[in-house]
Structure formats: structure tokens, C-alpha cells
Design a protein around this ligand. Sequence first.
Ligand code: FES
Length: 161
Amino acid sequence: MNEIKTISEDDLLAGIKEIIAEYSGQKWALIPLVQKIQNEFGHIPPQFIPLIAGSLGLFPSEVQGVISFYSQLYTTPRGKNVVRVCRGTACHVRGGKTILKLVKQHLQIEEDQTTADMEYTLETVACIGVCALAPNIVIGNQVYGNINPKKLGQLFKRNGG
Ligand code: FES
């Protein structure tokens, strides 16, 4: 996960213009362009969507549509650690709902929200792909299987949550 940068609006504009310049007029480049902006700044600031669209010869609604379509693209800042709780069937029948409730309590946020200190963003996912270890959560790039309330408490303690 990229570091969250505190950056002035002017520096943000300069940085985004620099990235846009690399792809100017290349409609096909919308996805790599917005991915690069997200990699650099942690999200795609929505106030720059018209600028991005204009540089590629697209309508802002087209850019917004693509960003909304891909769940990996974000227009709001995200926490340093993204916590993903699995809501798939295998995890659900093994207590996934309780795990989600406990994660919300630990972090004091709801799904798709970020803690005020920008440490954590909470998401749910359809299946992490390791159903045999259900219930599962992911913190950053690390999968934690066979999660139970005790393990969860230890995990957040270790991760500073
Ligand atoms: S259902 Fe949770 S990992 Fe597959």
C-alpha cells in the first residue's frame, strides 16, 4: 500500500498535470492514466476528473463511469491498511458476519469507510479464494485464516488498531 501523502492542492494539480501530459490525447490510456494517479496519490481526486477527461478528449461522465466500474479505482483517500472481510458463503457459515461486526467495532467505522487517522479502510469482498480456512480476513496483502474474536483482537493489537 502506498504511503498517504499530505499534499497541497497546487502540488496535487502539478503532479496530476505531469501524469496527464504523458498520455495527452490518447483515449485508450484512460485506465493506465488513472491508475498512475491513484498509485501516486492514493486515490483519484474527483475534482480533477474534468481535467483528465479534457486531456484525453473524453466526457467527464465517461471517466467517472470507468472509475465507478472498476472496484480497484477510488475517488476518496484510503487508509494505510485496507482491511477486507470476506462475506462469501464459506466464511459466512463459519462466523464471518460476527467477524465483520467485531472489525467494525475495533475500527469504529462501517464498510467502505476510513478511520480518521487514515490507518485503516474497511471493505468486504465476495471471496478471498481460501475458503478452506474460513472465516478469513485480509489486512494489506496478508490473508489471515480461521479468524476468531481472540485472533482478531491480537491482530489489531499487532497492527496498532
Ligand atoms: S468464502 Fe471466504 S474465502 Fe471463500
